[in-house]
Write a protein that binds this ligand. Structure first.
Ligand code: GLP
Length: 244
């Protein structure tokens, strides 16, 4: 779906999420959301906050799982995704703290494998992801599934691509300060979501989105694996869709 601009597109995505939450609330069920960080989803979160404050949308029955976190990373560090999600969404809505899940960047390396398995299991225990939001990195990564990731990969520790670290360097005051690793849900984890929405805005994403949507499926561009799923929607603004 291509919209005139990211403001309109973000509102549409937020409305889809709000409708899902309301449907689930009516049935007294939980809505299980997979959430993304980065600049791309920020306006979606702003609109969800507005719907909460102005229209009484409640997040009491919402359970969230974030895609990824840098490793190592302290939750209170400026660049942590825990802090990011608090600032752009969680601090402004009525979600229960115990319903928020973000990969833990403080673990000892030896504990990560068990932790990742438990993260996967937790998603399964609450009924699986109803909806997964995604952005896309310029390497074609979704979450932090960099080139070389397998289509059936699970939550795990990964090494970040050089381009990803370069793109993150502004947040960290230099590439040398960007962690070399991250914990990310796998492509297989993302695939289990009942709906997947990948959003992309601006000219700088046009070329990778063309590869992701129209290119040959390959581990070199992990987002191309989304071509395998019938539950995926790409929501783009005009500029991001300009190379299609
Ligand atoms: C990071 C995140 C991804 C995100 C990507 C794009 O690498 N781990 O989940 O999709 O950045 O970021 P942005 O939305 O800022 O372009």
């Amino acid at each position: 779906k291509v919209y005139e601009n990211k403001h309109i597109a973000s509102k549409k995505v937020a409305k889809r999420i709000a409708d899902l939450i309301k449907r689930k609330n009516e049935k007294q069920e939980n809505a299980v959301l997979g959430l993304a960080t980065g600049a791309t989803p920020v306006e979606v979160y702003e609109e969800l906050i507005r719907l909460h404050k102005e229209e009484g949308l409640s997040f009491k029955n919402v359970i969230t799982f974030n895609l990824d976190e840098y490793y190592p990373m302290k939750p209170d560090a400026k660049q942590s995704y825990v802090r990011f999600m608090d600032e752009v969404l969680f601090d402004h809505i009525d979600i229960k703290k115990e319903n928020i899940h973000i990969p833990d960047g403080t673990l000892a390396e030896d504990d990560i494998t068990d932790y990742c398995l438990a993260y996967e299991n937790k998603i399964g225990e609450v009924g699986g992801l109803d909806l997964q939001l995604l952005g896309i990195g310029r390497t074609g990564h979704i979450g932090f599934n960099e080139p070389g990731s397998a289509p059936n990969s699970g939550t795990r520790l990964v090494t970040l691509d050089d381009l990803t670290r370069r793109d993150a360097s502004r947040d960290f005051g230099g590439k040398e300060n960007v962690p070399t690793k991250a914990i990310t849900m796998g492509i297989g984890t993302i695939f289990k979501a009942r709906q997947i929405i990948l959003m992309g805005w601006n000219k700088k994403k046009a070329s990778i989105l063309k590869k992701a949507i129209e290119g040959e499926m390959s581990g070199n561009v992990p987002a191309t694996y989304l071509q395998l799923s019938e539950n995926v929607e790409f929501v783009l603004d005009r500029d991001a869709a300009s190379a299609l």
